[in-house]
Design a protein around this ligand. Structure first.
Ligand code: HEC
Ligand code: HEC
Ligand code: HEC
Ligand code: HEC
Length: 403
């Protein structure tokens, strides 16, 4: 498992006010990659934005090498980072080389870069590829150089079998085949994984490639999810503490739903709203998942309206999520009020009646709920009943239509 570079930052200069937050994010990325067992990551031009000292700290934290063969000490010519790595998979030995674009120059290396220089791309790869070809079955170059440079390299360097591009473009591209080599990249924001299947035998090497979309139903690794949730929660809280601070970046915009709050489950709400919880438990919303015929309990087209926060950040992401996270089956409090991990410190997305009623129709569609009348249905929701009516609701209230 490898990464072609530009992992840590998304721009080449960091404003002093965002340095700390973005470094925290870089450390979370390293922890996540450690947990995933990533084999190697190439450095891209943007990874130098926080300077060499910060990169050195990230490398110490990482259980995988940050590869870069062509940044060397100005005087001695010795590489600053590990230039190559050899990974064993079964009987195969895969040689990995990381390089940065030589157009980068010492200035592009950011704070602390004056002591180093960038060696030419072609001669560096050629040197290390020859060295690795002798001891490996396969030679792979990881780099964030522009695509057109990859094409030139692939034409000239027969010893390299595969190029992984850390190209900052956010477009899914069909991999190129040039000669016997293949060049593949993915998109930003981790929306796709690229998966290369490589067959090596005495007669040659065959490479095929496919993209694996990271759909909501792909199971989150609990350890990684905890890291990411924690990061967004901290980021949301610190943003609240510094109004007028930096706006969220693209990645945060994708993930920040309601200020970064995640779903905690009705039982957690019940700690403070015990009466509302008891009343809700007796109503059909609480049973909405159990009432699905067993064969339909994992079907996305049903779960959409019968669980809480399907596919949302920190919501019910996939069948079986309940095993590790909060139990999010059924139509729970947070379906109507919004995810509650930051509440009561931060206002819920839908605290008032006017905000909540907009949500009813997303599930109570004419097709699914032909008898829906807003006022009548609202009057049957427990938390609209004054003191939540916990004491007065008869058991089974709300399922009148079935009796
Ligand atoms: C730690 C205790 C606590 C927990 C847990 C808690 N709440 Fe609250 N909640 C409060 C308090 C205190 C208020 C009153 C806040 C106020 O008036 O400013 C409140 C108010 C509310 C309100 C009224 C609107 C508002 O924001 O004032 C709603 C709706 C609500 N909570 C829903 C929830 C939901 C849903 C959950 C679970 C995700 C939850 N609460 C979990 C303490 C809690
Ligand atoms: C667009 C949202 C939506 C989707 C998608 C959806 N449902 Fe429902 N479902 C509802 C609503 C709303 C109700 C309650 C209707 C009412 O009583 O007015 C409901 C009620 C039900 C009930 C009735 C519970 C009972 O015993 O009265 C069953 C069973 C059910 N759905 C099964 C399914 C199955 C199976 C699927 C997938 C094939 C599915 N639903 C998909 C919204 C949805
Ligand atoms: C189907 C949607 C829905 C669900 C599910 C839901 N609520 Fe509500 N809730 C509402 C609506 C609508 C209101 C506004 C009531 C009003 O203003 O008359 C409300 C109001 C509230 C209030 C503030 C009103 C008050 O009496 O203090 C609290 C607190 C609350 N809900 C907590 C919860 C908790 C806790 C749960 C889960 C155990 C929950 N709600 C589940 C729709 C929902
Ligand atoms: C996430 C989807 C979803 C949302 C949002 C939602 N509901 Fe429901 N609702 C359901 C489902 C599913 C059922 C059927 C549960 C069952 O019977 O198993 C249901 C059942 C009900 C029932 C019981 C109907 C009956 O036949 O007994 C009432 C009342 C109700 N909803 C009111 C509301 C109101 C009012 C709102 C908005 C404040 C709302 N719901 C929002 C999915 C939703």
């Amino acid at each position: 498992m490898v990464d072609g570079g530009n992992l840590f930052f998304s721009k080449s200069q960091l404003h002093a006010s965002e340095q700390e937050r973005l470094l925290r994010k870089a450390r979370v990325l390293v922890d996540g990659y450690n947990a995933m067992g990533v084999d190697a990551v190439a450095l891209g031009p943007l990874d130098f934005a926080a300077g060499f000292t910060a990169l050195g700290e990230l490398q110490r934290q990482a259980q995988f090498p940050l590869l870069c063969a062509n940044i060397v000490h100005r005087d001695s010519g010795v590489p600053v980072f590990q230039p190559t790595a050899v990974v064993r998979r079964g009987v195969l030995r895969v040689g990995l080389i990381g390089v940065v674009d030589s157009a980068l120059g010492a200035r592009g290396l950011g704070p602390g870069g004056e002591d180093y220089r960038v060696e030419p791309l072609f001669s560096t790869i050629s040197h290390y590829a020859d060295e690795l070809a002798g001891q490996c079955d396969l030679v792979v170059v990881l780099s964030a150089v522009p695509m057109k440079k990859f094409r030139l390299l692939a034409k000239k360097l027969p010893t390299v079998d595969f190029y992984v591009a850390g190209d900052p473009q956010d477009k899914l591209r069909i991999p190129w085949t040039i000669g016997d080599a293949m060049i593949a990249s993915t998109t930003q924001l981790g929306r796709y994984l690229g998966s290369a299947h490589i067959v090596v035998d005495g007669g040659g090497k065959w490479v095929t490639h496919q993209f694996v979309p990271m759909k909501p139903e792909c199971r989150d690794a609990p350890a990684v999810k905890r890291l990411v949730d924690g990061y967004y929660r901290d980021a949301a809280v610190s943003r609240l503490q510094t109004p007028g601070g930096p706006a969220p970046d693209d990645e945060e915009r994708v993930n920040l739903v309601y200020g970064g709050a995640v779903y905690v489950g009705a039982a957690e709400c019940g700690r403070c709203h015990g009466d509302a919880y008891l009343a809700w438990q007796r109503l059909p919303h609480a049973r909405a998942w159990q009432d699905l015929p067993e064969a339909n309990r994992n079907r996305l087209e049903c779960l959409e309206c019968h669980v809480t926060g399907l596919g949302r950040w920190g919501g019910y992401g996939h069948p079986g999520a309940a095993e590790e996270g909060p139990n999010l089956v059924g139509v729970q409090c947070e379906v109507c009020h919004g995810p509650g991990s930051l509440h009561p410190a931060v206002e819920l997305a839908s605290a008032s009646r006017a905000q909540v009623v907009k949500r009813c129709r997303t599930c109570h569609t004419p097709a699914r709920s032909p008898k829906f009348r807003l006022q009548e249905y609202l009057s049957r929701i427990a938390c609209t009943q004054g003191e939540h009516a916990a004491a007065t609701l008869p058991a089974g209230a709300g399922s009148v239509s079935k009796q």
